[in-house]
Design a protein around this ligand. Structure first.
Ligand SMILES: *Cc1c(COP(=O)(O)O)cnc(C)c1O
Length: 375
């Protein structure tokens, strides 16, 4: 389903008019522009967007319009998607394990940077044009992230040294990359990784072309607005301290760029004393709440769009499918007076939400309404 345009500045007004029975995302181009501006102005290097966090064409196009030119893609489908929206985009192919057919797709789509984390995968890249950037993906024991991104991909420092040397031997251009883990609230994981990366480059005897500091930039999941500027400053400082000749920096945020640009409205299907049924859940746009916990920026409005206030009461929240696992991981404190037909509006819902909707049992949020102004 394509995006719908609305000339209404608030989700409340639209909900009161349309009374949708299905869950609806609201896309706020202005919020996207604001957060993209913070990254593009504040990050001391190139900003790329990790497409998997939210691959909606409106997201890609909105970032392009904001001035972002580099996209981190993980599959041929993501390459085609970005190329269709922005033919001139610069593509980084940072999924370190690829089939032969995927290597060919990456070449056909003119990907300019490729990550690797093991020798067998590096050898598959021998046919890349001489001088192509290869970013060796480093991993360290995790600390500070909402969950561990090193559990699947990444070479430990000794392995990364061997890989960097081999990249240089093959006539390719050596860089390093890492992902500190998603939703890092503080800057420490980046500082630690940057110092470790400098050690790896030194041990390999290789001058890095670039250092890609990954994603992991936080969104506001109810703890308050993230301090991106302190994270950017820490990354810049740590790089200057750690490297005798600091490499150019790249970052590839997913969540940090897209979360704030979308709100989600759920409709209340039934209310009981201790529980509530809503029209989307963990098989839909709240899939990641099982892993990351509840996101706390929620308000409730009645069918006329008026805010429900009053005393809050925690209730178990069930999703719409017939699976008993389909419930949110913790009770939600919502107004005690909540009624069937009310809407629960969740803020900051752009990341790993629409992208993870399964369609199980015929449910899941697909509809997207674009707001005309800040919402
Ligand atoms: C998922 C992913 C990202 C984005 O991570 P966020 O935590 O959403 O910022 C960046 N780089 C790579 C290689 C990824 O797989």
């Amino acid at each position: 389903m394509g995006i719908e345009q609305a000339l209404i500045p608030s989700p409340e007004t639209w909900l009161a008019r349309e009374r949708p029975d299905e869950p609806v995302f609201f896309f706020c181009p202005q919020r996207l522009g604001d957060v993209a501006g913070r990254f593009l102005d504040g990050f001391p290097g190139v900003v790329s967007y990790a497409v998997k966090a939210n691959p909606l064409p409106e997201m890609i196009e909105g970032l392009w319009r904001a001035g972002l030119r580099v996209f981190d893609v993980a599959s041929p489908a993501e390459m085609a998607l970005v190329r269709a929206q922005c033919p001139e985009a610069v593509l980084h192919y940072h999924n370190p394990v690829r089939s032969q057919a995927e290597v060919s797709a990456g070449l056909a789509h003119r990907c300019v940077s490729w990550s690797v984390d093991r020798m067998s995968e590096l050898e598959k890249l021998a046919a890349l044009p001489a001088g192509t950037e290869i970013a060796v993906r480093l991993k360290l024991p995790v600390a500070g992230a909402a969950y561990d991104f090193g559990a699947k991909f990444g070479a430990e420092p000794a392995g990364a040294v061997t890989l960097l040397r081999r990249v240089a031997e093959m006539g390719l251009t050596p860089s390093l990359t890492f992902h500190p883990g998603t939703q890092c609230r503080g800057a420490e994981p980046w500082a630690r990784y940057i110092h470790a990366a400098a050690g790896v480059a030194r041990d390999a005897g290789v001058t890095l072309h670039r250092l890609n500091v990954g994603g992991g930039f936080p969104s506001d999941r109810g703890e308050g607005e993230p301090d991106l500027e302190t994270i950017f400053a820490t990354i810049g400082r740590a790089t200057r301290e750690a490297f005798p000749r600091p490499p150019d920096l790249v970052c590839e945020p997913g969540r940090g760029l897209c979360a704030e640009a979308f709100l989600l409205a759920l409709k209340v299907k039934a209310v009981e004393a201790e529980a509530l049924f809503v029209n989307d859940g963990i098989y839909g746009s709240m899939a990641e709440w099982r892993d990351l916990g509840m996101a706390g920026r929620v308000r409730v409005v009645d069918p006329a769009g008026r805010r429900r206030g009053g005393r809050a009461q925690p209730r178990i929240v069930f999703g719409p499918t017939c699976d008993s696992l389909d419930r949110l991981p913790e009770p939600m404190a919502l107004p005690a007076a909540i009624e069937e037909g009310d809407f629960v509006i969740c803020e900051g819902m752009g990341a790993y939400s629409r992208a993870l909707v399964t369609g199980f049992n015929g449910y899941g949020a697909r509809r997207v309404v674009r707001m005309s102004a800040a919402c």
